[in-house]
Ligand binder design. Structure first.
Ligand code: SAH
Length: 276
């Protein structure tokens, strides 16, 4: 009788040791397990739940990264933006993945409207796409298109700050800015477009509606139109019909006034995308 409790104590101790050993092994497994090793080696009933969670976390992180880069581009000059991407060109891909995600929620894309406009005009018009992104415009029209962006992931894209393109003066027929008036020095981009456009050449601007909506903290579109006109353009058409963006069509004036007065450009506020 007397032994029994002792024996039982020993058994308990052994049992305890065994279970500790087991815990040790399993915690080692946890540390060394790579998620896909675990999923391939073991039947994992929570696998789909786990990967959905991970996917969500990844999407949230890259969404946050996109919004950070987006804000940076709207609050610095074109030159600083060029240096920013030169230092880490991978950020450009992060930006464009996030940008495409945002665009996938827009009922209509302004670049498609511009594409249609070009298809309704002569294919012989030479185009400059300022801030071309993935160069979708060049890939989808018959026209000769010079595509400019801060980073070139495609041989057809010329990497530059678009306030200084490598083109000669008066060589293009259509200048396109599709959601690309981002830098704090955006007037310099329009001045550059004016320089490379032929007389009577077209200037097409698509911008996020809220940036030109004074009721939403945006600039007064009249002030913007006045400034563009003083730069040397005539406003031909204003299309406010879309919920997300405005489309402005101008033509370069044939003759420039010899005396250039100081143009008052309205500030264009950053377009900050919401967390989805
Ligand atoms: N026009 C494309 C992409 C719009 S996103 C479309 O509609 O799908 C805006 C683009 O403008 C980005 O790719 C950004 O890199 C480019 N951009 C902004 N500032 C620029 C600058 N100073 N020079 C060249 N590209 C610029």
């Amino acid at each position: 009788m007397e032994d029994r409790p002792r024996q039982s104590k020993k058994r308990k101790r052994d049992k305890h040791r065994k279970s500790e050993k087991k815990k040790e092994n399993s915690s080692q497994l946890n540390v060394t397990h790579q998620p896909n090793q675990a999923s391939s080696a073991l039947p994992n009933p929570t696998k789909s739940k786990g990967s959905t969670f991970l996917d969500k976390m990844r999407a949230r992180l890259s969404g946050g990264h996109f919004r950070m880069i987006n804000e940076k581009l709207y609050t610095c000059s074109g030159k600083d933006a060029l240096d920013y991407f030169k230092e880490d060109p991978a950020l450009f891909d992060v930006y464009h993945t996030g940008y495409q995600e945002q665009m996938s929620h827009w009922p209509e894309l302004p670049i498609n409207i511009i594409m249609k406009w070009l298809k309704d005009h002569s294919p012989s018009l030479v185009v400059a796409d300022f801030g071309c992104g993935d160069a979708r415009l060049a890939k989808n029209v018959k026209n000769k298109v010079f595509s400019f962006d801060l980073v070139s992931n495609d041989p057809s894209v010329i990497a530059c700050d678009m306030s200084k393109t490598p083109l000669d003066s008066s060589v293009i027929d259509v200048a396109v800015f599709c959601l690309s008036l981002m830098g704090t020095n955006y007037p310099n981009y329009l001045k550059e477009a004016h320089r490379i456009l032929k007389p009577s050449g077209w200037l097409l601007i698509a911008e996020v509606k809220s940036r030109l909506d004074p009721n939403n903290g945006g600039a007064d579109p009249k002030k913007f139109l006045k400034a563009v006109s003083e730069l040397g353009f005539t406003s031909v058409l204003k299309d406010y019909s879309n919920k997300m963006f405005v489309l402005l069509y101008f033509k370069k004036k044939d003759k420039q006034k010899s005396e250039m007065k100081e143009i008052e450009w309205p500030e264009l506020k950053p377009c900050l995308y919401k967390r989805r």
